[in-house]
Write a protein that binds this ligand. Structure first.
Ligand code: IGP
Length: 260
């Protein structure tokens, strides 16, 4: 079993348990649920911001522990002060050491759009995202059949959130495109083998229709890469480890953005 299949199998069990603990009705009555999400699309494409989507990630299956010390509220606030356009918060516990309350903590002190970074396979997780104040969700093509991904995207839109669909290959992209998506992210890291190549973003760029905001994800550590990717129409750049591996992720983000 590859790692992605393992994560999805674990996620199915986890979601089943969470559903029993807290109903959708309960989620819908939580304080943040009625907040109007902000538009990630507009923040990311705003000419006075960097396009950087800065991620809070403690650990990952490919790298193990990245940062066990950083505080989500401090780091996310510093990311935005540094000029990041949006935030990404890992909420998966088992494989990424995150939790849904991390997103809540980020929401409490940030106005910028926040992505719930998780493996979403069920409508329940979309209600959960809304209940902690997320503005957009990630849907990973490699985890979901096209019709299922489209259903989940429609649910997010119904709740007023935007959708970032993540792909890693030509087939994933062409099979999964649908009208409910707002942003399309190309993951430079293959989630099955962990190999990273910026070429993936370059190769797939011309296949992404113009209506979607193009995002390049993973393995970005050099400001020169951003300049290169912009030439292929990318407007958003998801960066985690390059900032989180330092003792001061906010300062690392600031120094990076200053070089753009
Ligand atoms: O830490 P990096 O290499 O900058 O990558 C960030 C982000 O793209 C990566 O965490 C990611 C991309 N897609 C995902 C799906 C699930 C979990 C994590 C991810």
């Amino acid at each position: 079993m590859n790692i992605l299949d393992k994560i999805v199998a674990h996620k199915e069990g986890e979601v089943a348990l969470r559903k029993v603990k807290r109903s959708i009705d309960e989620l819908s009555s939580r304080p943040w649920f009625d907040r109007e999400p902000v538009s990630a699309k507009s923040w990311i494409t705003s000419p006075n911001r960097s396009g950087i989507i800065a991620e809070f990630k403690r650990q990952s299956p490919s790298k193990g522990l990245i940062n066990g010390e950083a505080k989500v509220s401090d780091v996310t606030e510093e990311y935005i002060a540094a000029g990041a356009s949006a935030l990404s918060v890992l909420t998966d516990e088992q494989f990424f050491g995150g939790k849904i309350d991390d997103l809540l903590a980020a929401r409490a002190i940030n106005a910028a759009p926040i992505l719930r970074k998780d493996f979403i396979i069920d409508e329940y997780q979309i209600y959960e995202a809304k209940s902690v104040g997320a503005d957009l969700i990630l849907l990973i093509a490699a985890c979901l059949p096209p019709a299922r991904l489209k259903q989940l995207a429609a649910k997010a839109k119904e709740l007023g959130m935007q959708v970032l669909m993540e792909v890693h290959s030509e087939e994933e992209l062409t099979d999964h495109l649908n009208e409910h998506l707002d942003l399309v992210g190309v993951n430079n890291r293959n989630l099955k083998t962990f190999e990273v190549s910026i070429e993936t973003s370059i190769r797939l760029s011309e296949l992404i229709p113009r209506d979607f905001v193009k995002i390049s994800e993973s393995g970005i550590s050099d400001p020169a890469t951003i300049k290169q990717l912009k030439q292929y129409g990318y407007e958003g750049f998801l960066i985690g480890e390059n900032f989180m591996k330092t003792t001061d992720p906010g300062a690392a983000c600031k120094a990076f953005i200053a070089q753009l």
